[in-house]
Design a binder for this molecule. Structure first.
Ligand code: DC
Length: 232
């Protein structure tokens, strides 16, 4: 697609730390607007899963970037297929969460996933969630939101989510995992988790999902009004 035409497709970039609820919020905003949805974290999780399955060392940047470039992945109707297997649940396991955070620290892995992420930008628009959507992947996004909540509230949300799926969890361990992952994602030298220039901070500590979705939709309506041509 010509660059100019592509740049006219609206992108809403939603970044934030683990378990902030950004995935749920981004998906609901995309549904409401009829936009496409990119869960960029799933790509890092897929690289980690594919590496672990083929016994590639999670410290081997060269091999990992090859896996990232060649990922045979398709997304459809809530399924995430790696080859011919639906791995939507497998990539949510804690081992994959930790593996994803490790592989995501490698510049060559991130570079190998860049075009794949940008290819999600299709009409009528895209809602993309991750850590660097507003800073690196879609720096010209028409709306950038940094969605966060306190670590304690995020640990509680993750706890409820896991218990709801019948998976046993310990809140203290979850809180420690969240703090460790925040530190890794924030302190890495390449594309660290950060408030992108021009991003709107949305703290959802005391908001429920619907309130968070409504806040993003309101910000989007304001951004549309700002970018609409002024009557002369
Ligand atoms: O959003 P998530 O928890 O599914 O992300 C999994 C890991 O991938 C997380 O540790 C950070 C990393 N990630 C990233 O570095 N950049 C992104 N755009 C998305 C996720």
């Amino acid at each position: 697609m010509a660059e100019e035409a592509e740049n006219s497709i609206p992108v809403i970039a939603i970044d934030g730390p683990s378990a902030s609820g950004k995935g749920t919020v981004a998906l609901l905003v995309a549904k409401k607007l009829g936009f496409h949805y990119l869960d960029s974290g799933s790509l890092y999780r897929l690289v980690a899963l594919a590496a672990m399955r083929s016994e590639v060392d999670l410290d081997d940047e060269k091999a990992l970037s090859g896996i990232a470039a060649d990922l045979d992945v398709s997304f459809a109707d809530g399924e995430i297929r790696l080859g011919d297997r639906n791995v939507a649940d497998d990539i949510r396991a804690e081992a994959c969460s930790n593996g994803a955070s490790r592989v995501a620290a490698y510049p060559r892995v991130r570079g190998a996933l860049l075009d794949r992420q940008r290819a999600f930008r299709k009409r009528p628009g895209l809602v993309a969630d991750g850590r660097d959507m507003g800073s690196m992947v879609f720096p010209e996004a028409m709306l950038k939101v940094f969605l966060t909540a306190s670590p304690e509230v995020r640990a509680q949300r993750r706890y409820k989510q896991l218990m709801g799926k019948g998976i046993n969890a310990n809140i203290a361990t979850l809180l420690q995992d969240i703090r460790d992952r925040d530190a890794r994602d924030t302190n890495r030298s390449v594309a660290p988790l950060q408030l992108a220039a021009g991003a709107n901070l949305l703290d959802t500590t005391s908001l429920d999902i619907q309130q968070a979705v409504d806040s993003v939709l309101k910000l989007y309506a304001e951004a549309c009004a700002k970018s609409a041509p002024k009557p002369s």
